[in-house]
Design a protein around this ligand. Structure first.
Ligand SMILES: [Fe+2]
Length: 312
């Protein structure tokens, strides 16, 4: 039986988190309700639409041969390159017909339990704003290009779409055990920075890789990073960086494997065995690892972002 999530939880209404559980404090803007949904998607200027088009063209130049075929197929099914920032209503109708998911506009950051609740109901919360020209290459806060271009095409894959919904349902159990950091690491190393075996090599399916030009090349081809086969317990104990390329990536055999590895695991047992915080540094290779490629880590050893180190 699946025990990633709490089986009896009702996801139709927004559950209240236990006040004893720590989640990042966020002040709710006055114009959004308890669901944190924006009343409407932002109306983009011609300049903002042009930013989308330029970002789209740049990534689509880089991604064939580097992105998972499910991702590339998703960009076609949803015609994400038809010009300008996609309208969420149109995207939701098309995505809904494929896998029952929709895309909903939210402010930049939303509380964990609200995020989990939307995923559990097959709603993908997407940021409204688009990066400025000055931040064309890299932003820390996810914008609409990261959220829609990076995440939404993968939701056209039925197995992957089920995995992300189960992940949302899993949030409450993690909160009950106060192990949101561990569950967050699983999201980080799969939904944001995951690699999958394909055509005898690795391809990216994580949105953090797919939406950035440097990481799209680095994650798949560079000699610096470790590429390690995904082991759920290990990943949930592993720290990660939010402001640089990843020193280690985790690789799955298929989306069906990812689904079975997570949804069919006894997460009560995992949470009971986890210490608070992380056990392994993000550069670590440990005894139990099934290492696909051991990285040189030279990019990070030379200082990483801001040091002038070349991401090789
Ligand atoms: Fe993301």
């Amino acid at each position: 039986m699946a025990t990633l999530s709490a089986p009896a939880a009702d996801y139709s209404r927004l559950p209240k988190p236990d006040p004893a559980v720590f989640t990042a404090p966020l002040k709710r803007p006055e114009h959004v309700g308890e669901d944190w949904l924006e009343p409407a998607q932002h109306v983009y200027s011609a300049d903002e639409d042009a930013t989308w088009d330029a970002l789209y063209a740049r990534q689509m130049d880089l991604l064939p041969g580097r992105a998972a075929s499910a991702f590339l197929a998703g960009t076609e099914k949803l015609a994400l390159g038809r010009g300008g920032v996609p309208e969420f209503a149109r995207l939701s109708a098309e995505l809904g017909a494929l896998t029952g998911w929709s895309v909903v506009p939210v402010p930049m950051l939303i509380p964990d339990h609200v995020f989990f609740w939307h995923l559990a109901n097959r709603r993908f919360p997407a940021g409204n704003f688009i990066r400025s020209r000055e931040n064309f290459d890299y932003i820390e806060e996810p914008d609409v290009f990261h959220d829609v271009f990076g995440h939404v095409p993968m939701l056209t894959d039925p197995v992957y779409a089920d995995y992300v919904q189960e992940y949302g349902r899993a949030g409450w159990k993690a909160m009950r055990y106060n192990r949101l950091k561990a569950l967050g690491a699983l999201y980080w190393y799969t939904v944001e920075f995951g690699l999958v075996l394909e055509d005898g090599g690795v391809r990216a399916f994580g949105a953090g890789i797919l939406s950035g030009p440097a990481e799209a090349v680095f994650a798949v081809e560079a000699r610096s990073p470790n590429r390690i086969m995904l082991h759920v317990d290990r990943v949930m104990r592993t720290d990660y960086v939010i402001d640089d390329l990843q020193p280690s990536y985790f690789v799955i055999e298929s989306f069906a494997e990812l689904y079975h590895l997570t949804v069919e695991r006894d997460f009560d047992a995992i949470y009971r065995s986890l210490n608070p915080g992380f056990t392994y540094a993000n550069t670590a290779v440990i005894d139990v690892d099934n290492v696909m490629q051991r990285g040189t880590l030279e990019y990070h050893l030379r200082g990483g972002r801001g040091s002038g180190a070349v991401p090789v």
